[in-house]
Design a protein around this ligand. Structure first.
Ligand SMILES: Nc1ncnc2c1ncn2[C@@H]1O[C@H](COP(=O)(O)OP(=O)(O)OP(=O)(O)O)[C@@H](O)[C@H]1O
Length: 218
């Protein structure tokens, strides 16, 4: 599903990723760990095509990210769901509207949108709160809205950057359970996190970056 081939990323003289190679199989779930500044977010940015590597190649499914055309980029992006530490919801729009937004923006069949949004909200156990504003939600609920928004396109790949960073341990476990459920439906999941206890409590592969080098999990 994902293959990094000798990927390096430099910002001027600063090396953020240094000759990183690994593969993730379809439906595999893994953690991306490492100290602050180790290169976790940089690695995720290559997968979202926010940046290109300085050297090396990133393959995702049938896509070689270096060779994506302008027409292929939005098609690729719809195959990738992204969850951030702060879900950055639109506070003046309902939960439903927040989750519907990516579908509306991509020109998804309008008649099919309600069904898709309801299915995504059901997956994160928020169906009953579809009509409320995010201001009325707890931080754990807001994060679940962010996850519903990330999966509403039914992506094959789900990336998360510190998705439990603002949550207490019980809520973190609940979020992890959701990721595991997506994995059980065949989604490839890669979660960048600082939370060692969370990583140790789960049976998944660990990719560890240290100063931009992949030192564990290749
Ligand atoms: N746009 C940029 N311009 C210059 N340097 C950058 C840029 N983005 C990242 N870096 C540098 O690349 C290195 C890796 O940063 P990155 O944000 O990927 O680490 P991280 O492991 O995600 O850290 P954290 O856990 O603190 O988010 C760091 O030295 C960082 O300062």
């Amino acid at each position: 599903m994902i293959e990094f081939q000798n990927v390096s990323k430099r910002y001027g003289a600063r090396v953020a990723l240094d000759d990183v190679s690994f593969r993730l199989d379809p439906g595999e779930m893994s953690f991306l760990v490492g100290h602050s500044g180790a290169g976790k977010s940089t690695l995720l940015r290559q997968l979202i095509c926010l940046e290109a590597p300085t050297e090396g190649r990133v393959l995702v499914g049938n896509f070689d990210l270096r060779r994506l055309t302008a027409e292929q980029l939005p098609i690729y992006r719809r195959k990738v769901g992204v969850v951030f530490q702060d879900p950055q919801l639109l506070m003046d729009r309902s939960v439903y509207d927040n989750v519907a937004l990516p579908l509306q923006a991509s020109g998804f069949d309008r008649k099919a949108i309600p069904h898709r949004v309801e299915a995504a909200l059901q997956q994160v156990d928020l169906s009953e709160l579809a009509g409320v504003l995010p201001t009325a939600l707890s931080s754990g609920q807001r994060q679940r809205v962010g996850i519903a928004r990330a999966v509403v396109h039914r992506p094959a790949l789900l990336l998360a950057d510190e998705p439990t960073g603002n949550l207490d341990p019980d809520l973190s476990k609940k979020i992890m359970k959701l990721f595991t459920q997506f994995r059980n439906h065949g989604v490839t999941v890669l979660i960048a996190t600082h939370e060692q206890a969370l990583v140790e409590s789960q049976p998944f592969r660990v990719l560890r970056l240290d100063g931009g080098r992949l030192v564990e999990g290749q």
